[in-house]
Design a binder for this molecule. Structure first.
Ligand SMILES: N[C@@H](CCC(=O)N[C@@H](CS)C(=O)NCC(=O)O)C(=O)O
Length: 293
């Protein structure tokens, strides 16, 4: 089995979590693809386009057959277990709940469907992520932007980033308000579920629902809006405790902290970039788009 992934993508993190949880990570060959945040666009190279003409990650290849969608991939990992372990709850009722949560956490960032939050709060989180990524592309030169525009099978994706930076086009406040409300609603729902003292979203065993949800919670933290969402009244204490508990799980630690700066120079650059990004988020995005309580 081979997994083509980008470490900082929520979709990819789901699949990596599933593989880590069931001990298949070592048997799976991981191939890191830089999908553009640091400017290499590995996903637009011919080798990847052959694997996935839509140029997205993650791609899980098993016996020469690529599986192109994260949600299908985590289900595939569960099926590959052959009863050795399970990422599915034992009762029918909880299994139905798991299905709902997996779908609610699905991400489809194609521009035409991205703002469809009704069914998925994954897309609402992705909207803020994409804004963040677009910011990180603002120093890209013309050549890099043109390359993406020419090579990308969905040119609206690089086009949106170019316009975002060139013409200072921003997500409309009404849309980001709607996205935030969707995030509020989903987190309220999950908090209510966990309020009965259960350990995981579907009861007492860790399931695909947790795998689908955790990368989104991690992203809320990364974007700096977790406090806003979980600590604002009414505080979502059960969900907050769930996150603090599950982010310390070995699989989470591996997947969410995959890239750590090693040398002193890397550390300094990393800190500077983070500071700069946080500033951009606080002043440019957070301030402008997160509505007042
Ligand atoms: N529905 C797909 C979406 C995959 C997807 O769009 N992945 C993003 C990363 S989260 C990507 O590859 N983007 C390519 C790009 O930005 O050009 C899934 O869940 O796997």
């Amino acid at each position: 089995m081979e997994l083509y992934y980008f470490h900082d993508s929520c979709c990819c993190q789901k699949v990596k979590l599933a593989l880590e949880e069931v001990g298949l990570a070592a048997a799976c060959h991981h191939k890191h693809l830089d999908i553009g945040r640091y400017g290499r666009y590995d996903h637009l190279k011919d080798a990847h386009l052959k694997r996935n003409p839509m140029a997205t990650v993650p791609v899980l290849v098993h016996k020469g057959r690529p599986i192109l969608d994260a949600t299908s991939q985590i289900r595939y990992v569960e099926e590959a277990l052959d009863g050795n372990a399970s990422l599915v709850p034992p009762t029918e009722h909880e299994r139905a709940r798991m299905e709902i949560i997996i779908n609610q956490c699905d991400i489809d960032p194609r521009p035409r469907v991205l703002t469809n939050f009704a069914d998925s709060w994954g897309n609402a989180v992705q909207l803020f992520s994409l804004q963040n990524i677009s910011f990180s592309h603002r120093h890209y030169g013309l050549r890099k932007s043109l390359y993406a525009l020419v090579k990308h099978p969905n040119p609206m994706i690089p086009m949106n980033r170019i316009l975002f930076n060139l013409l200072h086009i921003r997500i409309e406040p009404s849309v980001s308000r709607e996205a935030l409300e969707r995030i509020e609603q989903a987190t309220r729902e999950y908090d209510a579920l966990l309020a009965d003292g259960r350990t995981y979203l579907c009861g007492q065993i860790y399931t695909l629902a947790d795998i689908a949800c955790l990368p989104l919670l991690h992203r809320l933290q990364d974007l700096g809006i977790m406090e806003h969402v979980l600590l604002r009244a009414p505080t979502k204490r059960s969900l907050l405790n769930y996150w603090m508990r599950l982010r310390d799980r070995p699989s989470s630690k591996k997947v969410f902290n995959e890239w750590e700066p090693k040398s002193k120079i890397q550390k300094a650059v990393h800190t500077a970039v983070r500071k700069h990004r946080d500033l951009a988020l606080t002043v440019g995005v957070y301030g402008a788009f997160i509505p007042e309580a």
